[in-house]
Design a protein. Structure first.
Length: 310
C-alpha cells in the first residue's frame, strides 16, 4: 500500500504541473491561429484529458465488464460538470458566453442525453455503439466548423500569455508532451487509488465512482490551471469537450468492444448525470457566469451522486 500512496502523490504533483503547461500551450496555439479558446479547450484539452476514461472503459469492456465501463463514463460526466466546475469556481467565478452555451453547451447536453437513452434499458449493443461513435464524428465536425466560423476569438483576458507565431510548432510539441504527462500521471494516480480500493472489496457502483472521479483528475487539473489564469473559456471548453467525448466516443467504443448487460448503473445515477448537465447549462446561460454560490450547488450535486453510489 505504501507504493500505491507514493504513486498517488507523485501522480498528483506531475498532474498539476503538466496541466498548467497544457493550458499555456493551448492558449498560445489559439492566439496564433486566432481560434476560439473554447474550441481549443473542447477539442484538444477536453478530448485529450478524456483519454484515461477511454482506457479504463475500453479495458473494462474487453473483459466483459460493461457495467464498470459505463459506470466510469456516467461518474466521469457527472464529476466534470459538478466537481470540476464547482471546484474551479472556488477560485474565480467563471464568465461564459451565451453563444458558447447555445452551441457547445447544447451539443454536450444532447450527447449526455443520448448516452442516457442508450443506458436506460440496462444494456448496450454494437449498433448503439456505432450510433454513438457516429455522433462523435458529427460533434467533431461541428466543433471545427464553429472554430472556423465562430465569433469567439482567443480572448483578451489572457494577455499575460504571449504567443509567438515563429514558435508555434514548438508550442504544439510542448502541448503534446504536457498532454501526455497529464494523462500518464492521472492514470498512475488512478492505479494507486484503485489498488487501495480493490483491497477493501468495493462494489461495482462505488468502483465506477472511483474510476470516474479518478479519470476526471486531468480535467480538474486543467480546469484549475485555467481558472487560476482567468481562462474561463478554456475551463468551460475543457468540460464540454470531455463530456462530449465521454458520452459519444468513450461509451460508443466501449459498447462496440463489449456489448451486453450493464450492471451497477442505477437509473437514479443516470438521471442525476443529465440533471447535473442541465443545472450547469442553466447557471452558465442565465447570468453568463457560474458564480461561487452556483458552484457550491454543483458540488452539492456531486456529493449527492457520491452518496447514492455508496
Amino acid at each position: 500500500m505504501a507504493v500505491d500512496i507514493l504513486r498517488i502523490i507523485a501522480g498528483l504533483v506531475i498532474l498539476i504541473v503538466a496541466a498548467d503547461r497544457l493550458v499555456i500551450s493551448a492558449v498560445r496555439i489559439a492566439k496564433v491561429f486566432n481560434i476560439s479558446v473554447v474550441v481549443i479547450g473542447a477539442v484538444i484539452v477536453g478530448f485529450g484529458t478524456s483519454v484515461p476514461e477511454f482506457v479504463v472503459s475500453a479495458v473494462a469492456a474487453s473483459k466483459g465488464q460493461a457495467g464498470l465501463a459505463m459506470s466510469n463514463v456516467v461518474a466521469s460526466n457527472t464529476a466534470n460538470v459538478t466537481l470540476v466546475l464547482g471546484v474551479a469556481t472556488l477560485f474565480v467565478a467563471l464568465a461564459t458566453k451565451q453563444t458558447v452555451v447555445r452551441r457547445e453547451g447544447l451539443l454536450m447536453l444532447v450527447s449526455v442525453a443520448a448516452l442516457a437513452g442508450v443506458l436506460v434499458d440496462g444494456q448496450v449493443s454494437v449498433a448503439e455503439g456505432v450510433l454513438l461513435v457516429s455522433g462523435m464524428a458529427i460533434a467533431i465536425w461541428l466543433l471545427v466548423f464553429w472554430a472556423k466560423n465562430g465569433e469567439n476569438g482567443p480572448g483578451e483576458d489572457l494577455a499575460d500569455i504571449v504567443a509567438d507565431p515563429d514558435r508555434v510548432w514548438v508550442e504544439i510539441l510542448y502541448g503534446l508532451l504536457a498532454l501526455m504527462a497529464t494523462v500518464v500521471s492521472g492514470q498512475q494516480l488512478l492505479v494507486g487509488v484503485l489498488s487501495i480500493g480493490d483491497t477493501m472489496g468495493l462494489s461495482i457502483v462505488l468502483m465506477g465512482l472511483i474510476t470516474g472521479v479518478g479519470t476526471s483528475l486531468p480535467e480538474l487539473s486543467a480546469a484549475l490551471a485555467g481558472a487560476r489564469r482567468g481562462a474561463s473559456d478554456l475551463v468551460l471548453g475543457n468540460v464540454l469537450g470531455s463530456n462530449i467525448f465521454n458520452s459519444l466516443g468513450v461509451a460508443g467504443l466501449a459498447a462496440i468492444i463489449g456489448p451486453g448487460v450493464v450492471e451497477g448503473v442505477p437509473t437514479a445515477l443516470i438521471g442525476l448525470m443529465v440533471v447535473s448537465a442541465v443545472f450547469a447549462g442553466v447557471f452558465a446561460y442565465s447570468s453568463q457566469r457560474i458564480s461561487r454560490v452556483e458552484g457550491a450547488v454543483l458540488l452539492a450535486i456531486f456529493l449527492l451522486y457520491s452518496f447514492l453510489s455508496l
